[in-house]
Design a protein around this ligand. Structure first.
Ligand code: SF4
Length: 230
């Protein structure tokens, strides 16, 4: 995936240093989902995404942002004094310098997680990083982008997240977990789309069908209603 697919390269100034990444925001908050839920975390949100999920809640990260060197990002992260760092987007892997950024954060001793769409190759991600990888269900509009070869690169500490907007999405998700044995590779998270599926309804389906997944609600939506910077 080239940077031109993200809308990022088009705004890169001529002669921009090769070790810079385009960043929408770096902020200190509480991790709202996945395995590290509840931990004080510094979020590094990279600009740009080649996907357009119907229910995307971070459209403000598609464009804009500012260029930062990896050293500057590490200094900003360190200033918040948190043990957990989450690299997110947009789709962070759409910028190729994301890979060395992740390694540098691991080298610095942080607990590092990466939120990725599941559409881009994760094979080069440092194995110390906890990947939180989406699989896009049909109602996202981006199901065709799922890169199934990524499943082979999942480690036991990684997580697969499927965001569910309907009963049809749920049945698709239940089917792919069983078909690919994803729950035997790593933790699988089912999460309802806010306002599309009643959380209680999804929880009930999981119980009735004895699906080997973890139900989750996004804590940051409850706390801050998804305002940028949280
Ligand atoms: S992959 Fe993530 S950032 Fe990109 S459109 Fe989908 S939800 Fe939004």
């Amino acid at each position: 995936m080239s940077e031109s697919d993200t809308g990022v390269a088009a705004v890169r100034p001529a002669g921009q240093a090769a070790d810079r990444l385009r960043i929408t925001e770096i902020f200190h908050s509480i991790q709202g989902e996945a395995d590290a839920i509840g931990w004080r975390t510094v979020f590094v949100r990279l600009t740009g995404c080649p996907l357009r999920c119907v229910w995307c809640d971070t459209e403000y990260s598609f464009h804009g942002g500012d260029w930062h060197t990896v050293d500057d990002i590490l200094a900003e992260v360190a200033s918040h004094g948190a043990r957990h760092v989450c690299v997110t987007g947009g789709e962070p892997l759409a910028q190729k310098r994301c890979i060395p950024l992740l390694a540098r954060l691991c080298d610095a001793g942080y607990e590092v997680s990466l939120e990725t769409s599941g559409a881009l190759d994760v094979s080069a991600v440092d194995p110390r990083v906890r990947k939180v990888m989406d699989l896009k269900a049909p109602d996202s509009g981006e199901s065709a982008r799922n890169l199934w070869a990524n499943l082979a690169h999942l480690l036991p500490h990684d997580q697969v997240k499927i965001v569910i907007a309907s009963r049809a999405d749920y049945e698709w998700a239940r089917g792919v977990v069983a078909e690919h044995g994803i729950d035997r590779r790593c933790m699988v998270l089912f999460s309802p789309v806010h306002g599309a599926v009643q959380p209680r309804e999804l929880a009930q389906w999981i119980i009735e069908d004895r699906v080997p997944v973890r139900f989750q609600l996004q804590l940051h939506k409850l706390l801050w209603n998804d305002a940028p910077g949280h």
